[in-house]
Design a protein around this ligand. Sequence first.
Ligand code: PHE
Length: 492
Amino acid sequence: MNNENNRGQWASNLGFLMAAVGSAVGLGNIWGFPYKMGANGGFAFLIVYLVLVIFVGFATMLGELALGRKTGLGVIGTYRMLNKKFAWVGWLGFLSGFFILSFYSVLGGYTLRYAIGFLMELFSEGAGFGGMGSGEFFGSFIINGGANLLFHGIFMALTIVIVMGGIASGIEKFTKIAMPALLVMLVIVIIRSVTLEGASTGIAFMFAPNFSAFSEIGFMKVLKTAAGQMFFSLSLGMGCMITYGSYLSKQENLEKNALIIPIADTIFALMAGLAVMPAVGAFMSQGVEGISFGAGPGLLFVTLHQVFSVGMGGFIGNLFGFVFYFLVFIAAITSSISLLEVCTAFFIDSKVQKGQVANRKKITIIVGLVIFLIGIPVGLDGLGSGVAGGATIDIPAVVFGMDEVRVAFDCWLDFYDMISEGVFMPLGAILMSVLIGWVLKTNIVKEEVEASDGIKMKAYAFWDFCFKFIVPIGILFVLLGQLDDFFGLGIF
Ligand code: PHE
């Protein structure tokens, strides 16, 4: 089943692609991209986004995949092997995985709750959401600590079960079924969504080119939003693609893979927009109460719930509600398994390097359990609604060594998100480009791409230039943008 060193390997390149695209396509595509695109210039935003994908996303993706395959290790092992002084960069990625997954799993639990809710409504009215309205149900659900932990636990348990199965017989096997299923469900929802009366309002909101948004919002702000979105959406900067790359055979073409993943992720993001925004626009223009364009949890769990339960309503509404939330759940779990694998791989590598046989099942269960525990505060504070012991996390100035900065987060999710997406991930990626581009020189990536006879790196000059110059600047931008968002520094 495994290759000789007991770490595991993808059975096929297609299987690898399903897993990697599965990692990339997640909540970020569904609740972030459509609204951000609409609110930041529509088609004009898309152009900025695509430019970033080509110059920063592709280059970083190829760098991560090549490093992972070169060392055959997870994120910590990879950095340690490349340069002892950079080993801590691997730890940044590892910790990002921990923190992201601990809140991602709580949100994944929400998607599961909503899918089950609509399924139950199909059979008996009021059974799924207790006869409550969208806002009311959401408000009562997020402060229900027990229910939150239950679904967080179920979501985490499912993630563990898949990762326990290993690379080819766990992750690959699951994503090879899940990703095509996701695509089919998405197409079904899109067809329903774009054929609704008034759908064009939503299509116009998302796609209409509005270049004046650049001057109204400020081009730097738009750029920052696009860069941050791209980075998270492509699962970059925390070693996910390093880890997945480490299970790839030397025969496979890394350059081609590094191109396919961002293209597929962007197509999925646009499709998610076509599934969501036309439906929102349709019922908004029909005057259904409580429906307007938005982003984040509000869009996914309040507005869209209203779209299905009131806008569409009845049997059809429940049916499409179920299909939609189930597809979001699938998108979330194919991302969460990649996050867990980043953390699990470190312990497996440590065993293997000591010449011992790694017990993947045991390691996965323990790591998953710890992540579940770290996620508990996220599940209990009601997204900061201040109820059910809603915590305010006050980070004193000492932590930052700056007297004037005293930061209060009113929700654990934001706090974890700030540590991981806000700081560790962009920092990790900047350091990767400095390490590879400047300390070790980029030909180590070229050599790895060309590891197998007959494969020549076609875009080396382009990649080299992007990786050395555009990636660090682009990601510094992400870092500043995130810090600006979280701390309200007013840079942009
Ligand atoms: N790319 C995923 C999304 O869009 C999130 C993710 C980030 C997954 C980092 C793995 C690593 O939701």
